[in-house]
Design a protein around this ligand. Structure first.
Ligand code: CA
Length: 626
C-alpha cells in the first residue's frame, strides 16, 4: 500500500498535468485531424486471413476513437504506441464482407475529427496469377536503373533528392519500367521465362539510391521508375507474353528517409545502438551452435549501412506492417515470386512467420532467399527442411546456390586436378544431401553484387560457354544476370557501378545497341546465340528441367553428367582440359541403357553409336539420347 501511495505522490503532478491537458483538449472545438497516411492504402475482400492491421498516421490521431459502419467489417482493437500520431487498427473482415468503399470515422467525444475513405477491392480470380516459379523456369535478373530508359522524362522528378547523372557510375542513370516493358520481347526471345527485377520501390535518398535497397516508401514505386500503375502494366504485359515477374524485397532494413524517420511509432521500431553499429555480415552466426551473443547481436541487430535503418521485426506491429506489405504487392500486381534480400539478417522466427502467412494466402507461391554463404550446410539450414538441429522451420521455398556460384567461378579458370577445375562442381553437388530438395536451389554464375562472369573467366569465350552449358543443364533453377549474355564485364572491387553498367542500347542515342544482332560484336553474338539457344532448348526439355541428376567423377579433365526422366535423357560432357578428349562411354552404361544414338543440342553432331565421343578442348557437348 505504501508503495502505491509513494508512486501516486510521485506521479501526481504528472497525472494532474495530463488531466488538465485532456480537459483543455476536450474544451477546444474539435480540430480536424489531417490523416497523412494509411497503410496498406487499400485491401481486398475474400483474403484467406480475416485480419487486417491498418497503420493510421495523423497529428494526435491517438486521441480520437475510430469506428467503421460496414457489413462484415469490425474494428477488433485499436493499438496505441509511443508516438501520439499513430493508431494501429485491427480490422476483422468476415468472409462475407463485400468489396466496396467505407468510411473510417475518427471521433473525439461525439465530434467527428476525421473521416477516411477506405477501399476493399474485389480480388482478381485469374488462375494464372501467383503461379510461383519452378524447375521449368529460367530467371533473368535485371537492375531497372541500368537496363533500359523507356522514358527520359522521368529521369529527374520533383521531390526526388537524387538527380540523374549517367556519367557517375554510382549515380542514377534513368532506366525505368517503361524500358523493361519495351524489352520484354528481347528477354522472351533470349529464352528466359521469369524476370527478377532489383527493387523498384521509392528510394528517396540523397545519393547512391539507384540500386533500390534503401526503400523510403514500401507502398510506392520510385517516381523515376514510373508509377504503381506502370508496375501493374508491366505485370500485365509480361504475363501477356508468358513471362513471370519476381519482386525483390527487403525486410532487414529501410532507407533512413522513410516517412516515419522523425516520428517513429516507437523507439524499438529500429534496432537502436548507442552509436552507429554495422552488421558483421556473418550470416553463419545465426545458425552457428557456438556463436557468441555479441556476434549474433551484431549480425542481426547491426545496421547494414548508415543509410539503411535496421528494422526490429520483434515488434509485432512492424512485423505485421512488413508481412501485409508483401501480401499487398503480391495481390495488387499478381506477382509470381519474391526474392528476399539478406535472408539471415532479420529475426529468423519472423521470417518463418512471414513465409507461413504468404503461403496461407498463396499456396503455390515461391520465395527465393538470398543466403550469401559459401557452404552448402549453411545454406541448407534456410531451405525448408525437417533436419535442423535446433528445430527451425524456415518454410522458405527456394534459396540461391551461392556455394555453386563460387565453384562455377573457379572451375573453368583452373587446370583440372584432384580438387581443382570441374572437381569443384562435382564436390559441391555431391553435398546436395544436405538440402531437403536440391532442385529448389536457384543457381547462378553472377548477379548484381559480384564480379561479372565474363570478367571472372578472364574474358575467355570458351570458358564462358562451358559455364553456361553447366548452368542450364545441372539441377536447380538457372538464373542469369542482364548483360551476361552479351559478355558485359566488371569487377566488384572497382565499385558496384562497374558490375551494373548500362545495357548498351537501352538509352536513346546510345552509340551501340546490343539489343539487336547488328549492334553486337562477333563475340557478343556468339555468346548471345549460345545462351539463347540453350535457354530456348531448356524451355522444352523435361529431362533437363526435372530429370534425375547422375554425375561421374571428372576424368582426364572431362566432367560428364546425365539428366534423366522415365522417357527422356540428356547427356552433358564438359571438357575443361586444354586438349581434345576421346571419352570412352562404357563407363556410363547404366545411364545409356536403352539408348542407341544421340543428337547434339549445340551443333549438328549425331552419334550413331554410343561407345565413344570426342569432345574438343575447353568445350561442352550436350546430347539428347534417342
Ligand atoms: Ca527514365
Amino acid at each position: 500500500m505504501d508503495d502505491v501511495k509513494l508512486w501516486f505522490m510521485k506521479s501526481f503532478k504528472f497525472t494532474l498535468l495530463g488531466f488538465l491537458f485532456v480537459l483543455f483538449a476536450l474544451s477546444l472545438p474539435a480540430q480536424k485531424i489531417n490523416i497523412q497516411r494509411v497503410d496498406p492504402p487499400f485491401w481486398w475482400a475474400g483474403m484467406a486471413s480475416a485480419n487486417l492491421q491498418l497503420l493510421v498516421y495523423g497529428d494526435n490521431i491517438s486521441l480520437s476513437k475510430a469506428s467503421i459502419d460496414y457489413p462484415g467489417i469490425e474494428i477488433g482493437k485499436s493499438i496505441l504506441v509511443e508516438s501520439p500520431n499513430y493508431v494501429f487498427l485491427d480490422l476483422v473482415i468476415s468472409p462475407d464482407a463485400k468489396a466496396g468503399d467505407f468510411d473510417i470515422v475518427f471521433k473525439k467525444g461525439n465530434k467527428v475529427v476525421s473521416t477516411y475513405s477506405y477501399q476493399l477491392l474485389e480480388r482478381v480470380n485469374d488462375k494464372g496469377l501467383h503461379q510461383g516459379f519452378g524447375n521449368s523456369d529460367a530467371i533473368y535478373l535485371l537492375m531497372p536503373d541500368r537496363f533500359s530508359n523507356g522514358n527520359p522524362d522521368n529521369d529527374d522528378m520533383p521531390g526526388m533528392l537524387e538527380k540523374a547523372d549517367r556519367s557517375n557510375p554510382n549515380g542514377r542513370h534513368g532506366g525505368d519500367i517503361k524500358g523493361i516493358i519495351n524489352k520484354l520481347d528481347y528477354i522472351k526471345d533470349l529464352g528466359a521465362t521469369t524476370i527478377w527485377i532489383n527493387p523498384l520501390l521509392e528510394n528517396n535518398m540523397p545519393a547512391y539510391s539507384y540500386h533500390g535497397y534503401a526503400v523510403t516508401d514500401l507502398y510506392k514505386v520510385d517516381l523515376r521508375f514510373g508509377s504503381n500503375e506502370d508496375y501493374k502494366n508491366l505485370l500485365a504485359a509480361a504475363h501477356g507474353k508468358g513471362l513471370k515477374i519476381i519482386q525483390d524485397m527487403v525486410f532487414n532494413h529501410l532507407g533512413t528517409n522513410y516517412f516515419w524517420k522523425d516520428d517513429l511509432p516507437s523507439r524499438d521500431w529500429y534496432n537502436q545502438w548507442p552509436e552507429f553499429t554495422r552488421s558483421n555480415y556473418r550470416g553463419g552466426v545465426v545458425n552457428d551452435p557456438h556463436a557468441s551473443v555479441s556476434d549474433y547481436n551484431k549480425m542481426v541487430k547491426g545496421w547494414f549501412d548508415k543509410s539503411m535503418a535496421d528494422l526490429n521485426q520483434n515488434n509485432p506491429l512492424l512485423a505485421n506492417y512488413l508481412i501485409q506489405n508483401s501480401i499487398w504487392w503480391i495481390e495488387y500486381l499478381g506477382l509470381d515470386g519474391i526474392r528476399q534480400d539478406t535472408y539471415p539478417y532479420p529475426y529468423k522466427e519472423f521470417m518463418a512467420e512471414w513465409m507461413k502467412r504468404v503461403l496461407e494466402e498463396y499456396p503455390d507461391f515461391n520465395v527465393v532467399g538470398e543466403v550469401w554463404l559459401s557452404y552448402p550446410q549453411a545454406v541448407a539450414y534456410w531451405l525448408e527442411n525437417d533436419n535442423n538441429a535446433d528445430g527451425y522451420h524456415s518454410k522458405l521455398t527456394n534459396v540461391f546456390d551461392f556455394p555453386l556460384m563460387y565453384a562455377i567461378s573457379k572451375a573453368f579458370n583452373e587446370d583440372e586436378g584432384w580438387s581443382t577445375g570441374t572437381s569443384q562442381l562435382y564436390e559441391v553437388l555431391s553435398q546436395d544431401y544436405v538440402y531437403s530438395d536440391p532442385q529448389k536451389l536457384v543457381l547462378f554464375a553472377d548477379n548484381h553484387d559480384g564480379d561479372r562472369l565474363f570478367s571472372k573467366l578472364g574474358e575467355d569465350l570458351d570458358k564462358f560457354k562451358l559455364a553456361m552449358a553447366f548452368l542450364f543443364t545441372t539441377r536447380g533453377i538457372p538464373q542469369i544476370y542482364y548483360g551476361t549474355e552479351i559478355l558485359m564485364t566488371g569487377f566488384e572491387h572497382q565499385g558496384h557501378g562497374y558490375i551494373r553498367k548500362d545495357f548498351p542500347g537501352g538509352w536513346p542515342g546510345d552509340p551501340v545497341d546490343a539489343f539487336s544482332a547488328r549492334g553486337r560484336s562477333t563475340d557478343q553474338n556468339t555468346a548471345y546465340n549460345f545462351v539463347k539457344h540453350l535457354m530456348n532448348w531448356r524451355k522444352n526439355n523435361k529431362a533437363v528441367q526435372e530429370g534425375k541428376l547422375t554425375h561421374y567423377v571428372p576424368e582426364n579433365g572431362v566432367y560428364v553428367f546425365f539428366r534423366q526422366t522415365e522417357d527422356e535423357c540428356v547427356m552433358v560432357l564438359l571438357n575443361n582440359s586444354k586438349e581434345d578428349r576421346e571419352v570412352d562411354m562404357r563407363r556410363f552404361a547404366v545411364n545409356l541403357k536403352g539408348y542407341k544414338t544421340a543428337k547434339s543440342v549445340l551443333d549438328r553432331t549425331f552419334l550413331d553409336r554410343l561407345d565413344k565421343v570426342v569432345v574438343k578442348a575447353k568445350s561442352p557437348m550436350i546430347f539428347e539420347l534417342e
